[in-house]
Write a protein that binds this ligand. Structure first.
Ligand code: HEC
Length: 135
């Protein structure tokens, strides 16, 4: 009986620790982008995909997509201004993503991280760079 209880407690601990671990983040803890990566994982990964932090929140097919699925940042490249604009305004449309999930210094760090690590699997197609106001 004692063994069974101990086993259950240990399994519960493993489950809790596993869920809170940072093993999904593939950036050195000493990196200036590490904090932004943790913030992104904690606040953005439910709706966006980004392999660097193990985030899989974007839709994987048209058949199973839901309204909250945001762009896949493995493919889509964002610069700092675009990321800050989206954070402050709730995406580019303001219709689905909540505004100001992170603010101030945290927003800056998430934006710098996203600018550095988004678009790593982007296809090389001709594009036009647009400049957005970050008010
Ligand atoms: C509740 C789901 C949800 C959460 C949480 C969320 N987003 Fe979004 N995000 C979306 C959706 C949906 C879109 C696309 C629609 C739009 O742009 O209005 C979007 C769009 C974006 C865009 C614009 C991308 C583009 O090129 O069109 C950026 C940048 C972005 N999100 C960054 C973030 C960051 C950074 C966080 C965390 C602080 C975050 N999102 C959290 C749902 C979410």
């Amino acid at each position: 009986m004692k063994v069974a209880v101990t086993t259950i407690v240990l399994l519960a601990c493993a489950a809790v620790l596993g869920a809170c671990g940072s093993q999904g983040i593939q950036i050195a803890k000493t990196s200036p982008y590490y904090r932004g990566a943790v913030l992104f994982r904690d606040h953005c990964s439910g709706c966006h995909t980004l392999a660097t932090v193990g985030a899989e929140g974007s839709a994987t097919s048209i058949a199973n997509r839901v309204k909250g699925n945001g762009p896949n940042f493995n493919i889509r490249k964002e610069n700092v201004e675009q990321a800050l604009y989206a954070i402050r305004n709730g995406g580019f449309s303001g219709a689905i993503m909540p505004e100001n999930i992170v603010v101030g210094q945290n927003a800056q760090e998430v934006a710098s991280f996203l600018a550095a690590y988004s678009g790593k699997q982007a296809q090389n197609v001709p594009h036009t760079t647009i400049t957005l106001s970050t008010k």
